[in-house]
Design a protein around this ligand. Structure first.
Ligand SMILES: Cc1ncc(COP(=O)(O)O)c(C=O)c1O
Length: 453
């Protein structure tokens, strides 16, 4: 099946284009927009002629990999709750046997995610899991065994660190954390037994970036697999496989579903043997995503490009506002001019319009350190103090006591995950309301500091 469902419509700018291929038309529209004096004022400026892709990311997010239901014509993939599929004869079935192995609704999400990551590349496959951590665990089981070595970046989601130190290491896998912002560190860490390099960019929660192309040229040369956790940016802004990675990993719980309504995970790869192994392990350990969760994720996916652009726009405004606030010691956001890896951010983060956006996560520290950060988090009224990120509601998180509580203190301190670090997942509310809320909470911090003095 083609990764992109056939469409009868094409973009027509002159009425003469009915028989032109959509890629030619997208190219013509993009050229026209380039000539325009103020392309950003033109709403069709979002149409792009991205190389190798005839359709833009918004179209692929809505249509990619989907076909109307063959039985009813339903435009939305139905939720198939059945665990069991009747077989016409022994060994003769319609592709599904038991929903621990595969399920039609989960499969529909897999086709849609593969289309979004790889557009029309039919070699590209996605598998979906009960959670992001189930996806990462399955990847590790598929690529590592006792005696093997894995290299991970030293800033990662806390659950991934826990998986490495509390599960993989006791099973006999050697684990090395490195500062992957310096590619040479990764190169030096790779040894004869290294089977996997696992990085996360931007990293949770400090937002440090890792240069995927630079690391991929090292792992390729050494014959080691490179996996990238791309949860923060999603394929709308960053497609790791295009930059040489072997595997893209997602917690779909975050932006991809985007509504604080599901937990889920996904792995995308062009390696058919790895994909087959992942499916076999998933079937064996029983960590496939549930059909209703897959259906909700398919629905969320349709608005992902719209949401990511809006999250990014608001996060940029919030980050700039925080950077100017007298109580804020430092702000980390790749969209800020003074972001230390600004050049890499501009090179690595690109949406379909060719412009940059950097996602919705901002992290910062207050001048009063941990007590001030705690007062802020307990004083917000609109923003919610919670563990998740990537959804419509703005969430504020204290990584040290919440998401990264299990990362050893020494590793936290060495990598900038300080006790006073605050992580903000900028939501889709009106940005002035988010800033008003932060402003009143920072006023409370100032009063508290003054009363203690
Ligand atoms: C970057 C990243 N990867 C993976 C995960 C794990 O995902 P899940 O919570 O869906 O298991 C998280 C969770 O916060 C995350 O932030």
């Amino acid at each position: 099946m083609s990764a992109i469902a056939p469409s009868r419509s094409t973009i027509s700018t002159t009425g003469k284009n009915a028989n032109r291929k959509s890629s030619d038309i997208a190219t013509a529209v993009a050229a026209k927009l380039k000539r325009s004096t103020n392309p950003t004022a033109n709403p069709t400026a979002r149409v792009s002629a991205a190389k190798g892709s005839s359709r833009g990311v918004a179209t692929v997010a809505i249509r990619g990999g989907r076909t109307p239901d063959a039985t009813t014509g339903a435009i939305l993939t139905p939720i198939c709750q059945s665990t069991t599929y009747v077989q016409a004869a022994v060994g003769k079935h319609k592709g599904h046997t038991y929903s621990r192995a595969s399920n039609p609704t989960v499969e529909a999400l897999e086709l849609a995610l593969a289309a979004l990551e790889c557009r029309e590349d039919r070699e590209c496959r996605a598998t979906c899991y009960a959670t992001g951590m189930a996806a990462i665990t399955t990847l590790c089981l598929a690529t590592l065994k006792a005696g093997d070595h894995v290299v991970l970046s030293n800033v990662l989601y806390g659950g991934t660190v826990r998986l490495a130190t509390e599960i993989l290491e006791p099973l006999g896998v050697r684990v090395t954390f490195v500062d992957a912002t310096v590619p040479r560190n990764v190169e030096r860490a790779i040894g004869r037994d290294t089977k996997l390099v696992f990085i996360e960019t931007p990293a949770n929660p400090t937002l440090v970036l890792t240069d995927i192309s630079a690391i991929a040229s090292i792992t390729r040369a050494k014959g080691v697999r490179l996996a990238v956790d791309n949860t923060f940016l999603t394929p709308v802004v960053l497609r790791p496989l295009e930059r040489g990675a072997d595997v893209s990993v997602y917690s779909t719980t975050k932006y991809i579903e985007g509504h604080n309504a599901t937990v889920g995970g996904s792995i995308v790869t062009r390696d058919p043997l790895l994909d087959e192994r992942l499916r076999r392990i998933r079937k064996t350990i029983g960590c496939i995503q549930a059909p209703f969760e897959a259906w909700l994720t398919l629905r969320g996916l349709k608005t992902l490009p719209l949401r990511i652009r809006e999250h990014s726009r608001s996060a940029q405004i919030v980050a700039e506002w925080l950077a100017d606030h007298s109580l804020v010691a430092n702000v980390s956001y790749p969209g800020l001019h003074r972001f230390p890896q600004r050049e890499l951010a501009l090179r690595q983060h690109r949406d379909d319009t060719g412009s940059c956006c950097h996602g919705g996560i901002v992290s910062f520290e207050l001048i009063g350190g941990e007590p001030a950060g705690r007062t802020l988090m307990e004083s917000v009224r609109l923003c919610s103090l919670a563990e998740n990120l990537g959804a419509a509601e703005t969430l504020i998180t204290h990584p040290v006591s919440m998401t990264h509580g299990d990362v050893p203190r020494r590793q936290r301190e060495a990598t900038g995950i300080t006790d006073g670090l605050v992580r903000l997942s900028v939501g889709l509310e009106d940005v002035r309301d988010i800033i008003d809320d932060l402003s009143q909470a920072l006023d409370t911090v100032a009063r508290t500091v003054a009363s203690r003095a």
